[in-house]
Design a protein around this ligand. Structure first.
Ligand code: SF4
Length: 313
């Protein structure tokens, strides 16, 4: 049987040879970093020199285009995430990472937890998009009606990103509950739905109800907006990551905040961490980069708002 690395590099080697790359910058997500040196070694066998970028890489929003240019690379190989159209000067090969996992056993063993629900919306991450038909079929065999939308950025059925739930947003009024299947809480905890919401967790091998956590997130969001109304010093954060940089959004937010009497400054950084704000007069950070930054608000000891929250001030 082929190893995870063999599978991962086989397809990439063909694409790299076609591109006639001389020097590659390789980006690997945190979870696959243990394989980075092996992947680089395999890719070098096709001819080009490979440099591994060890900057944290959480999504296809974070293509290290500038780093590739500075290193003199003529190709960026980005592993793990689906291409969602971020433009770069250095050409990119996106190599999605897929996992094989049979969710049917957990689903069948726990089907009673779903007995109250007839219409179900399903979603997952790029690693498991190939399992959407399997989940759909299993639920349908158990008398459910399954609704799955397409992700507007990647086109994949049922695919969600931590910042993009376009595959399921339109289902809110059509389903009785939602199911996320995959690993971890990062993705489902970003989907603020009023509907019951279950996670089929491939790591824990169980189904759990994440709705109470989602409700708490919704309440926290409302409280942050409420508190921010009385604050004076607003810092708008713009990221230099190519897929997280939205200058037009920053301009609009600044105009709105000034119109309601707030003091506003705009700051930029590749990634925002609390230390970078030391010495800056700041009560509220309006984050125009990765929307999941607000989950670190305790570390920041600041109110963190996302762009859509500013309209409610
Ligand atoms: S912006 Fe955040 S949630 Fe969206 S792809 Fe990038 S890291 Fe993931």
């Amino acid at each position: 049987m082929k190893s995870i690395i063999e599978k991962l590099t086989e397809d990439m080697k063909v694409k790299i040879t076609e591109r006639k790359a001389r020097k590659i910058l390789l980006q690997v997500p945190e979870g696959l970093k243990i394989y980075a040196s092996e992947i680089a070694g395999n890719l070098e066998m096709t001819g080009p020199e490979v440099i591994i970028s060890i900057e944290p890489c959480f999504g296809a929003c974070d293509l290290r285009d500038n780093e590739a240019k500075k290193m003199g690379c003529d190709l960026l190989v980005h592993i793990g995430h689906a291409d969602f159209g971020v433009r770069t000067e250095v050409p990119v090969i996106h190599h999605e990472f897929r996992m094989e996992y049979d969710f049917r056993k957990i689903l069948i063993e726990n089907i009673k937890k779903l007995e109250k629900f007839k219409k179900i919306g399903v979603m997952t991450t790029i690693q498991y998009v190939d399992s959407v038909p399997q989940i759909k079929q299993t639920l349908e065999h158990n008398g459910k009606e399954v609704l799955v939308g397409n992700n507007k950025k990647t086109g994949y059925q049922g695919h969600v990103l931590g910042c993009d739930f376009s595959a399921v947003n339109s289902l809110e009024n059509k389903v009785d509950c939602f199911i996320y299947f995959g690993s971890g809480r990062f993705h489902p905890s970003g989907f603020l739905t009023e509907k019951p919401f279950f996670v089929i967790d491939s790591e824990r091998g169980e189904i759990f109800d994440i709705s109470p956590e989602i409700r708490k997130e919704m309440i926290k969001k409302e409280l942050s907006i409420e508190k921010a109304r009385n604050m004076k010093n607003f810092v708008i954060y713009i990221s230099t990551k190519p897929g997280q940089m939205h200058p037009e959004r920053v301009h609009k937010i600044k105009k709105k905040l000034l119109s309601i009497g707030k003091e506003v400054i705009v700051v930029s950084a590749d990634m925002l961490i609390p230390e970078k704000l030391l010495g800056i007069k700041c009560d509220v950070v309006v984050n125009t980069a990765c929307p999941r930054l607000k989950e670190d608000s305790l570390q920041f000891k600041k109110i963190i708002l996302n762009p859509e929250d500013v309209d409610k001030l």
